[in-house]
Design a protein around this ligand. Structure first.
Ligand SMILES: Cc1ncc(COP(=O)(O)O)c(C=O)c1O
Length: 356
């Protein structure tokens, strides 16, 4: 059941009040997202919990909402009128940016490149258009730089990195990790031993790496779903370091006030399946298993992440452990929005052929 509240404060400012007013932020989502014990999915010797970031917003949820609270606020502070960004055709980031960007009055333009077409990907595209985004579809990666150049033109345009994973966007998951720390302190769940998250453009894992300090350390498992050039341990650590620099500057401090130990980071590579967005048998099986436990996942990110968790459980690696799955896919029903999508015949051929 969805339990969203009204847009609410960010844990970042509760932890470090000096940042209020120094770091641009606009409330978009509904936080804290609840944590829930889930049974019947992992073996009984695993204590499985889910953090419901799928319920992070009223018009759209998932992991992009936390990032956009910082990214769109920064664009507002710079006086931008248009947002330009980049993603695959089924990008949740592009859709979240379209919906929340338009809500704040920005024009939104996105460069989108092909990925394996599934019904979920088509729905994302239709929803992007219904949300009022202007899409520049390329035929492949090679067309991306020129399309990006065109989309970024114009003085009042703010560029948002793919997946929202700049240091500014990553603040969203610094806040997410701090929020989880508050929930542990309040006794809503006990400290998890292991946290699983899908690894795409690195921002979610990097934010958690910065904030999820604890004693003893939590193991952060990031399940890679994009090519090695895009994501991996080096990229997560580099982005985390850039985000820490941003925070230290804003706090005018040499070190971040944190206690405990940073998470250990383990990147899982064997669920990737050879191509971004290519469904895998293990991912599809995990989507089906999660559905019978009441969790709606998809094959590109959350299915592969759950597949890694279930494979570790089967291998006995999670016996006796408390394990937290970060549910990063929006659970908002997009059907009413998609019903308002433009007729495919009115679209340029570069988009029409994907929607046909
Ligand atoms: C549903 C979902 N889960 C996880 C991720 C991965 O997050 P990140 O890009 O911050 O690594 C994404 C990113 O696009 C996503 O859409």
């Amino acid at each position: 059941m969805r339990r969203v509240t009204s847009p609410s404060d960010s844990a970042l400012f509760r932890a470090w009040p000096e940042l209020r007013g120094r770091v641009p932020w606009v409330p978009l989502g509904c936080f804290p997202t609840r944590v829930e014990r889930v049974s019947g999915l992992a073996p009984p010797d695993v204590e499985l919990w889910v953090k419901h970031d799928d319920e992070s917003g009223v018009i759209y949820g998932g992991n992009k909402v936390r990032k956009l609270e910082f990214l769109l606020a920064e664009a507002q502070a710079r006086g931008a009128r248009k947002i330009a960004t980049l993603g695959a055709m089924g990008s949740h980031h592009v859709l979240a940016t379209a919906l929340y960007g338009r809500q704040l009055g920005f024009d939104v333009e996105a460069v989108v490149f092909p990925q394996p077409m599934t019904e979920h990907v088509r729905e994302q595209l239709r929803a992007d258009l219904a949300a009022g985004a202007r899409l520049r579809a390329t035929r492949g990666y090679l067309g991306v730089p020129a399309a990006m150049w065109r989309a970024r033109r114009g003085e009042a345009t703010a560029w948002i990195a793919a997946g929202g994973s700049s240091p500014t966007g990553t603040l969203g998951y610094v806040s997410g990790g701090l929020e989880l720390g508050e929930q542990i302190a309040r006794g809503e769940l006990e400290r998890p031993d292991i946290v699983y998250v899908a690894l795409g453009s690195n921002g979610t894992a990097a934010g958690l790496l910065v904030s999820l300090w604890s004693e003893p350390a939590i193991e952060l498992v990031a399940v890679r779903v994009t090519d090695r050039v895009v994501s991996g341990e080096r990229q997560v650590r580099t982005l985390a370091a850039g985000t820490e620099r941003l925070l230290r500057r804003a706090l005018e401090a040499d070190a971040l006030p944190r206690s405990g130990r940073p998470p250990t980071l383990r990147v899982v590579h064997d669920q990737f399946g050879g191509a971004y967005g290519r469904p895998t048998p293990a991912g599809e099986a995990a989507v089906a298993a999660a559905r019978s436990a009441g969790l709606e996942l998809e094959p590109t990110y959350t299915g592969k992440c759950m597949a890694a968790l279930l494979a570790d459980a089967r291998a006995g690696r999670l016996a006796g452990k408390r394990v937290l799955f970060i549910h990063t896919l929006s659970s908002v029903d997009l059907r009413p929005l998609i019903a308002a999508a433009p007729d495919p015949s009115s679209l340029p051929p570069s988009l029409r052929r994907h929607l046909g």
